[in-house]
Structures are given as structure tokens and as C-alpha cells.
Ligand binder design. Structure first.
Ligand SMILES: NC(=O)c1ccc[n+]([C@@H]2O[C@H](COP(=O)([O-])OP(=O)(O)OC[C@H]3O[C@@H](n4cnc5c(N)ncnc54)[C@H](O)[C@@H]3O)[C@@H](O)[C@H]2O)c1
Length: 465
């Protein structure tokens, strides 16, 4: 055998040994191999709650109901005692579901504060531009808070909330639900245990999935960055938060490129009409046909307040497609949110992260690659592959998760514990860190618009030592 043949056979052997994969492992087995926590959600500081935390729901829409539902499944821990929503149908549903005293059902968040404090806490799940005012009023009135993300659409309002939360010393839990998904918990566990050594850099992708994009950021409430919030805040503040959490350091600088390529008037196909219901000539071949998405496939119907009786649904959906934004042509909207963007982040500890948000994809579920000094890990919310540089050993495992990874109620659980024990350290994220994740998003949007590199500074003056 020649020297060259000998070397190439050794190379071949090494590459064979490096692709050996234990693809069938589950987290419990991985945890036992590496001596990690087998239950990534276990918190020994949780106690048995004596009296349920009482809460008022402000904003009884899609998200508000998910959080309030925790009270149905855990009546010993959380009790909904009031509701505010101008949508009388939604208000009434909550009133009946939680058997509320009519005196504590309101048409507007402000009315809640015309009464003496009558609960421990408030869940704020109104639209983005209606977070800051109720949050500040609730803090002033002495309530603890569960606040939907984004905290607020502007940096100024975020900073007002930060100041108010620290001056009133109340508990403000921000709904960073991804921190409660098994996927990110397991990633964090692997990093904290040092299995890949020092984290050097991260690549993270958020695939929005094209129909989801069209629903929320082309037709829906978040389609315009000026009337709602920039998509990098509305959608990706989850990711800026999660990346910061994994890196475990403050961000120093951010930089962003991104724009709107496809959902524009210029791309409206010939024969298309204002609404999909107007006799559009390309409706049957359009991947964004509202008739297909909402009427035939019955997707994303939570925006329509459908009656209990399912036999009436088609009529109500069709009526909604003729009258609401959800029936409008995706190429004829007043949307301006980018459909792709990339953000580069430099952290204070020297770690760099490259994040990309993509709308033109057929799938959802984040993709993450973390590069470390001793190994690397790759994950896609269903599978992980961890490689050790020294041994070349690969460990792979699988998991099942919903898009939020089942995090919503785990988040409420931690928040309820924090309120019951009056201990904010039981929250996964402090309000300061939550605000920082928002500053990263505001910085990214500024950078995108102005072609600058933006410095992130939570305290405009140096932080207290
Ligand atoms: N954490 C997450 O992953 C996640 C996911 C989606 C949405 N969100 C955020 O959740 C929030 C709510 O979103 P949604 O999809 O539930 O919206 P939604 O429209 O379903 O619910 C908002 C509710 O607020 C009510 N409302 C309006 N004005 C009010 C007022 N003056 N007083 C009281 N209530 C009022 C509306 O009638 C509506 O029922 C938004 O900030 C959104 O960005 C978070």
C-alpha cells in the first residue's frame, strides 16, 4: 500500500467513526449519559400554593385566553376574578367561564383602575400598543403583572416600564415563552454543563413559514411597522431574548440588513383582485388564497370569533373574508414589514451571533447551531446533534414539541409561583433582561433603516455596581 493510499484509508476510517449517530436517544438518556437534569423544568423552589393567586385579565383575545386557561387546569394556583375587553362577546365568554362578578367585568382597561385593588395581579394581553399604559397604571395601583411581549412598541415606553417596575418593586413577568420550551431548556442545560466548552458563536434562524407570514405580517395586525411594531420586535424579540439567554451576557452591538421583497403591489399577478372573494383569476393557483387558507383548510381561525355551532362556520368565515383584512390580496395591502432579515450581534463576552428571520419557507421551528471551544451542537426543535471535538463522538436525540414547545403554561406556573412567594427571582427573566432583549430589537431596526451599527445600553449611564 502506498503512503497516499494508507493516509486516505485512515481518513476514511476516521470519517466513518465520526458519523456514528445514536439517533434514537431521548433527553432522559442523554441526561443520564452526561449527568444533566432529566427534568429541565423541575424547580425545587416551587412550593404548594395555599391560596390561589387572583388575577384580572386585560385583553381577552387569543393570548389572554391561553394564559387564563391555566386557572381552569390549576384552580388551586390561579383564579381569574375580573376581565376587561371592549369586545363584548370575548368579555362575556370569560365572564361565564370563570363565573365572574359582573362588577369586575369592564369594557376598557382604564375602568379596572377606577376600583380599589381587588386582585393580586393583572395579566396584560392587549395589542402591542396597549401594553405600556395599563402596565404603568397596574404598577401604580400595586398589582403584580404578567405582560405579553413585546413589552411596548417603543424604547421610550420600555424604559418607562423599567423605571416604574423598579420604583414600585413589583413583579413583572414578560411572556418570553420560548424560554419554557423543552428545546431551548435542553440547549441551555447542555451549554451550562460545559459540554461544548466555552460558547464561541451562534447561528440561529427563525423560519416564519409563508402562510403564517401572510396571516400576521402581511394581512394581519402586525403588517405595518409604523402602526404596529417592527417585525424584528414583534416576532423576533423572542429570539433576541433566547440568544442572550444562551450566551449569558449583555449585547454590546447589533447590526441588521433586511427588506420586503415579495408581498408588494409590484408583484400582484395579472387578474388578481382586491379581495380573494372578488373573482380573482389566479385564486386557485395562489399559495396565499384566503379562500384556501381560511375557508377550505380552516387554518388560523382564532381571529374570527366563530360561533359554537360549527355548521355556521363557513358562512361566518366567508363574511369575514369579504369584510376584514384577512380576505384581502397579499399583494395589495399597506404592509411594510421585511420578509427576510439578518441580525449580527456582538456580546460583551466576545460571543457573536448571526440571527436570520425568513418568511419564504415552508416550515416553522427554529434552527440553531452553537459553536463551542470543545464541541458543537445543532438543533431544529425536533432533533439535536452534539459533537465532542476530542473524541469525535456524536450524541443525537429527538424530541416532540409544539411551535412554542408547550411553554405557555409552564411560563404561567413560574409567574404564579413568583407572585405567590413574592419572589421575582423565580421568574426565568428579570424585567431588566427582558428590556435588554427589546433594546437589541430596537437597535436592529435602527440599523436596518439607517445602515448603522447600534450600541446596546440598558442604562443610559453606566449600570450600578
Ligand atoms: N408570547 C407570544 O408568543 C405571543 C404570540 C402572539 C401574540 N403575542 C402578543 O400578545 C398580545 C395579544 O395578541 P392577541 O393575538 O391575543 O391579540 P387579540 O386581538 O386576540 O387580543 C387582544 C384583545 O385586547 C382587547 N382590547 C382592545 N382594546 C382594549 C382595551 N381598551 N381594554 C381591554 N382590552 C382591549 C381586544 O378586544 C382583544 O380581545 C399582543 O401584544 C401580541 O403581540 C404574543
Amino acid at each position: 500500500m502506498s503512503l497516499r493510499q494508507f493516509i486516505s484509508s485512515r481518513k476514511l476510517l476516521r470519517s466513518f467513526s465520526s458519523v456514528k449517530v445514536n439517533a434514537t436517544l431521548r433527553w432522559k438518556e442523554v441526561a443520564s449519559i452526561f449527568d444533566l437534569n432529566s427534568d429541565v423544568f423541575e424547580n425545587p423552589r416551587h412550593i404548594k400554593i395555599k391560596n390561589p393567586v387572583t388575577a384580572i385579565l386585560i385583553g381577552a383575545g387569543h393570548r389572554g385566553n391561553i394564559y387564563a386557561d391555566y386557572a381552569i387546569q390549576n384552580p388551586g394556583e390561579l383564579k381569574i376574578v375580573g376581565v376587561a375587553d371592549p369586545n363584548l362577546e370575548r368579555q362575556n365568554r370569560v365572564k361565564i367561564k370563570y363565573k365572574l362578578n359582573p362588577d369586575y367585568c369592564f369594557n376598557d382597561w382604564e375602568e379596572v383602575f377606577s376600583k380599589e385593588k381587588f386582585a393580586d395581579a393583572i395579566i396584560i394581553a392587549t395589542s402591542d400598543n396597549l401594553h405600556a399604559k395599563p402596565c404603568i397604571a397596574a404598577l401604580d395601583a400595586g398589582y403584580d403583572i404578567l405582560l405579553e411581549k413585546p413589552i411596548a412598541p417603543t424604547e421610550e415606553e420600555c424604559r418607562l416600564i423599567l423605571d416604574k417596575a423598579s420604583s414600585t418593586n413589583r413583579i413583572v413577568g414578560v411572556c418570553h415563552v420560548l424560554r419554557y420550551s423543552p428545546y431551548f431548556r435542553q440547549l441551555k442545560e447542555v451549554l451550562d454543563a460545559g459540554l461544548i466548552g466555552k460558547v464561541i458563536s451562534i447561528q440561529h434562524m427563525e423560519p416564519i413559514e409563508q402562510v403564517h407570514m401572510s396571516h400576521s405580517y402581511v394581512r394581519g395586525n402586525w403588517r405595518n411597522s409604523k402602526t404596529a411594531t417592527p417585525i424584528v420586535l414583534a416576532k423576533s424579540c423572542h429570539d433576541t431574548d433566547i440568544i442572550r439567554w444562551l450566551v449569558d451576557s449583555s449585547a454590546h452591538d447589533v447590526h441588521c440588513f433586511g427588506n420586503l421583497q415579495w408581498f408588494t403591489n409590484a408583484n400582484a399577478p395579472e387578474g388578481s383582485t382586491e379581495r380573494c372573494t372578488d373573482g380573482c383569476k389566479v385564486e386557485s393557483s395562489c399559495p396565499y388564497s384566503a379562500l384556501q387558507i381560511y375557508l377550505r383548510d380552516k387554518q388560523r381561525l382564532y381571529v374570527f370569533d366563530l360561533p359554537e355551532n360549527k355548521s355556521e362556520w363557513n358562512k361566518v368565515i366567508l363574511e369575514n373574508l369579504k369584510t376584514t383584512d384577512y380576505g384581502r390580496c397579499v399583494y395589495r395591502m399597506d404592509n411594510d414589514q421585511p420578509d427576510h432579515l439578518t441580525v449580527n450581534i456582538l456580546f460583551e463576552n466576545g460571543v457573536t451571533a448571526a440571527f436570520s428571520m425568513e418568511a419564504h419557507v415552508s416550515y416553522e421551528g427554529r434552527r440553531t447551531r452553537i459553536m463551542g471551544s470543545k464541541g458543537d451542537i445543532v438543533g431544529d426543535m425536533e432533533t439535536f446533534e452534539l459533537t465532542d471535538f476530542k473524541t469525535r463522538k456524536k450524541t443525537s436525540w429527538k424530541m416532540k414539541s409544539d411551535p412554542h414547545g408547550g411553554g405557555d403554561h409552564r411560563l404561567v406556573k413560574d409567574w404564579v409561583q413568583a407572585v405567590a412567594q413574592q419572589d421575582k427571582s423565580l421568574l426565568s427573566s428579570s424585567i431588566e433582561v427582558s428590556i435588554e432583549s427589546h433594546l437589541m430589537a430596537f437597535g436592529a431596526e435602527k440599523s436596518r433603516l439607517n445602515r448603522t451599527i447600534e450600541e446596546i445600553n440598558l442604562y443610559n449611564t453606566p449600570p450600578p455596581s
